[in-house]
Design a protein around this ligand. Structure first.
Ligand SMILES: *[C@@H]1O[C@H](CO)[C@@H](O)[C@H](O)[C@H]1NC(C)=O
Ligand SMILES: *[C@@H]1O[C@H](CO)[C@@H](O)[C@H](O)[C@H]1NC(C)=O
Ligand SMILES: *[C@@H]1O[C@H](CO)[C@@H](O)[C@H](O)[C@H]1NC(C)=O
Ligand SMILES: *[C@@H]1O[C@H](CO)[C@@H](O)[C@H](O)[C@H]1NC(C)=O
Ligand SMILES: CC(=O)N[C@H]1CO[C@H](CO)[C@@H](O)[C@@H]1O
Length: 492
């Protein structure tokens, strides 16, 4: 996909991504605060786009409205009688680069699989409705997405004579959860799933995310998260005194003079700055499959190096240096830290709007299904000032969803899918120890047929990227382990 909205990727057309969530480019890719982006690149030309007709509402037989969903095919590894691999798209445009690289293709080559990828409804070019009004977003949910997958599976099997083949679902991050849930809810349609870095448990408040950030920073240098904490406490303190705003504006290279009128303004600013660390931890050395990608050399080690560099001044000054380093790296001219402009962008319902790359849609899904709010409500984390209420209020501001509705929706999600207590078979659940999302994933083998694959020292979705010679040995072993499981499950 071409992610035109992000400063991170505009400059280089050879960088294509697939997703789960977003890195870097603060303030550019609105609404994607650190969920999950799986990224891969490709130097080769894009795969051909194909279109599949879907119902708008799978759960209402009286509503016959239809739309076209985008998908991709790679037949290069397909051998007669081989399985069908289905890569599940997530909360962003489906990236055709996955049709050309990634560990799933290595498996496909060995197993003779036909490879398909289906874009998620409401993301990328898959537009079920004329705009993203809150009324239209009613048709955006994981349940509708799974029903899309089921109907796609059935339709493709008929059209291509693949009904007797074994289908395997793949996905990382939110699509990882979808891969697990596809197998759970449609066991007659999908034989096995590889559900990478999948947050299967929905929760309104997710303060554990920042606790993992603390531990990941501390594993580099025990002083590092303490310096971060000092810096964010200092900023919180200074925000109380408008006389400091000129300095803060200059130090953090803000696009316009800092204005703090409400707690939402200060929370948004503090969260934006914290985002630098959250992104780097989530994607640390994540070998997203291409050399020299922007920002891949900004690691936990680099940030902690800056935070402990006394020559830069006090922890506040070092924190500002981190922010400027990120802006330089991603060629961002200035930091837009205004909550008001964020609200304007997030409430624009046009498909051409600034948050239509996925932010408006994904935050809607968090408000109506998952929560996952990365709040500062735990004492054991390094940041200050963006508590749960700040996140919850956005649901009301953007979509008129109340705190009560949110809480009920999240409870229903766990009731519907089972949360951590998945009852199924033939789902492999890899997780990386430094990925903050592992806290909502399956952390131990549930049964021998629902194995977890733990990868010490790797970040979000690491096992999905193409192998590299410098990969940690445990990462290479994890890829092999997943292959052996698939091979076993696909035995006639
Ligand atoms: C702003 O920064 C300058 C230079 O570091 C410092 O002398 C001044 O006291 C600061 N102003 C405020 C209001 O903190
Ligand atoms: C990261 O790589 C870029 C380009 O190769 C280079 O300009 C930059 O200095 C590097 N940054 C760090 C922190 O190593
Ligand atoms: C939504 O965004 C588009 C594209 O940036 C813009 O042309 C339009 O004016 C915006 N709509 C509103 C209501 O702000
Ligand atoms: C917001 O939701 C409430 C109740 O769910 C409803 O009564 C109200 O009309 C809605 N407001 C808007 C602006 O849609
Ligand atoms: C960090 C984490 O949750 N790791 C778990 C991943 O899965 C393995 C099972 O293979 C568990 O032992 C880990 O605790």
């Amino acid at each position: 996909m071409a992610l035109q909205t992000t400063g991170l990727f505009v400059s280089n057309v050879t960088l294509l991504l697939l997703f789960c969530l977003f890195v870097g480019a603060e303030g550019q890719f609105k609404g994607f605060r650190r969920f999950n982006v799986v990224q891969v690149s490709s130097q080769r030309s894009e795969s051909e786009e194909l279109w599949f007709t879907q119902k708008l509402d799978h759960f209402n037989g009286a509503d016959s409205r239809e739309w076209k969903q985008r998908y991709f095919v790679n037949e290069a590894y397909h051998r007669p009688g081989g399985p069908v691999f289905l890569m599940i798209g997530g909360e962003g445009p489906a990236n055709p680069a996955w049709m050309q690289s990634g560990s799933w293709l290595t498996y496909a080559e060995k197993l003779g699989a036909l490879c398909l990828m289906l874009e998620h409804r409401f993301y990328g070019k898959s537009h079920p409705t004329t705009d993203l009004s809150t009324d239209n977003l009613r048709f955006l949910s994981s349940r509708q997405a799974l029903a899309d997958l089921a109907h796609f599976r059935t339709g493709m099997a008929e059209a291509r004579g693949l009904s007797d083949r074994k289908w395997v679902a793949f996905g990382g991050s939110y699509p990882g959860s979808l891969a697990a849930w596809f197998r759970l809810k449609y066991p007659h349609l999908v034989h096995a799933s590889a559900a990478t870095s999948a947050p299967v448990y929905a929760t309104v408040n997710f303060p554990e995310y920042l606790e993992v950030v603390w531990r990941s920073l501390a594993s580099e240098n025990s002083e590092c998260p303490i310096m971060v904490k000092k810096a964010s406490d200092t900023i919180m303190e200074r925000l109380k005194d408008p006389k400091t705003y000129d300095n803060i504006t200059k130090d953090f290279n803000l696009c316009s003079k800092l204005q703090i009128q409400t707690e939402m303004d200060s929370a948004y600013f503090l969260e934006t700055l914290a985002g630098n660390f959250m992104d780097v931890v989530q994607y640390n050395e994540d070998n997203r499959g291409f050399e020299g990608a922007l920002g891949t050399n900004i690691t936990i080690k680099v940030l902690c190096g800056v935070m402990s560099d006394t020559s830069l001044g006090d922890p506040y000054a070092r924190y500002a240096a981190v922010a400027r380093l990120m802006m330089d790296t991603f060629s961002i001219k200035c930091l837009d830290a205004s909550f008001n402009s964020y609200v304007k962008e997030m409430t624009n319902a046009s498909w051409d709007g600034p948050a239509a790359g996925g932010g408006r849609q994904w935050v809607y899904q968090t408000c109506t299904e998952f929560g996952f709010y990365q709040s500062t409500d735990s004492p054991n984390q390094p940041f200050t000032g963006f508590p749960l209420v700040y996140h919850v209020k956005q649901c009301a501001d953007f979509y008129n969803v109340s705190a009560e509705q949110l809480a009920e929706a999240v409870a229903q999600t766990n009731e519907y899918y089972g949360g951590y207590d998945i009852r199924s078979t033939r789902i492999v659940l890899p997780n990386g120890s430094i990925d903050p999302w592992h806290a909502l994933g399956v952390t131990q083998d549930i049964t021998p047929d629902l194995p977890a694959v733990f990868i010490k020292g790797t970040a979000h979705c690491a096992n999905m990227y193409p192998a590299r010679s410098e990969d940690l040995p445990q990462l290479a072993l994890a890829r092999d382990h997943i292959f052996l499981l698939l091979q076993k499950w696909l035995k006639p």
